[in-house]
Design a protein around this ligand. Structure first.
Ligand code: ATP
Length: 247
């Protein structure tokens, strides 16, 4: 990886970009993933490349929701695998969730490469290889999920999901947590819990919250989730972008 000096004002953003480039070279990330990264960078720039207080709240709510789930699944696509493979495995461990490879541009080679990459980062079981269930309302390739993974889940975390699939998953009655830097994108708008933050910052924070909340009784976790206002979280991020201020 190209060396980026720590004192470069946008060092973290540049490192993230290089991780996506490496992902493409390793066959983990698709070329469309490069475009998604560019869109994400633009919004992150407008958000000040920091986690807004409203995003940190949403990350705590997401952790509470994952801990409450009967069967939580964390969905991993090519960008997520390139950016936060070990961090996704840690979040799965902290919340008792499964990890499933779930690709917009699905090829068996890329599913296998991502599954291997996740195992290299400590994952014991990776779902998404069976692809023996379908999300209703989507074309064949984009609909594929595992019957005992996302097909069976009551709570799904889908970072950087495409809008159609996010809407279709919500229609299946799944409680959806979406991480996306664009509060105007359809995916976070379809989510029960939209997290407007960079996955690079959001996933480790969710893990920290999950560890803090590990011994919290269910009724208290339920209260945390019930008090969350998704529309207000989206509006707060949009205000921060439009005003360049703090929300
Ligand atoms: P929709 O169909 O929901 O409107 P879209 O067409 O905007 O989605 P894409 O073109 O696939 O979706 O763009 C990728 C999305 O992923 C963008 O909304 C972008 O902000 C987001 N994104 C990219 N990189 C990151 C990242 N590192 N962290 C969080 N979100 C990201």
């Amino acid at each position: 990886m190209t060396e980026i000096p720590d004192d470069h004002p946008r060092a973290e953003s540049l490192r993230t970009r290089h991780r996506i480039e490496d992902g493409v070279e390793k066959g983990i990330t698709s070329k469309q993933g490069l475009i998604a990264e560019g869109r994400g960078e633009a919004f992150d720039y407008l958000l000040g490349e920091r986690t807004l207080p409203s995003a940190d709240d949403a990350e705590r709510v997401a952790a509470a929701q994952l801990l409450l789930a009967d069967h939580a699944v964390l969905s991993v696509n090519g960008n997520v695998a390139a950016l936060v493979p070990g961090q996704m495995v840690e979040l799965a461990e902290a919340t008792g969730a499964d990890v499933e490879v779930n690709l917009f541009n699905r090829t068996d080679e890329r599913v296998d490469a991502i599954a291997d990459h996740l195992r290299d980062h400590g994952a014991e079981e990776v779902k998404g290889l069976a692809a023996d269930a379908r999300i209703p309302g989507l074309d064949h390739e984009r609909a594929k999920v595992d019957a005992d993974g996302i097909g069976d889940a009551d709570v799904v975390l889908v970072p950087l999901e495409d809008g159609d699939r996010a809407a279709a998953l919500a229609e299946m009655g799944k409680t959806e947590i979406v991480v996306d830097l664009n509060p105007m994108s359809r995916s976070p708008r379809a989510a029960a819990i939209p997290v407007i933050d960079n996955v690079v910052r959001a996933i480790p924070r969710m893990t920290e919250h999950a560890r803090d909340l590990a011994d919290t009784p269910d009724d208290e976790l339920e209260r945390i989730v019930a008090e969350f206002d998704a529309d207000e979280a989206l509006a707060a991020a949009e205000r921060a972008i439009r005003t360049g201020g703090d929300e």
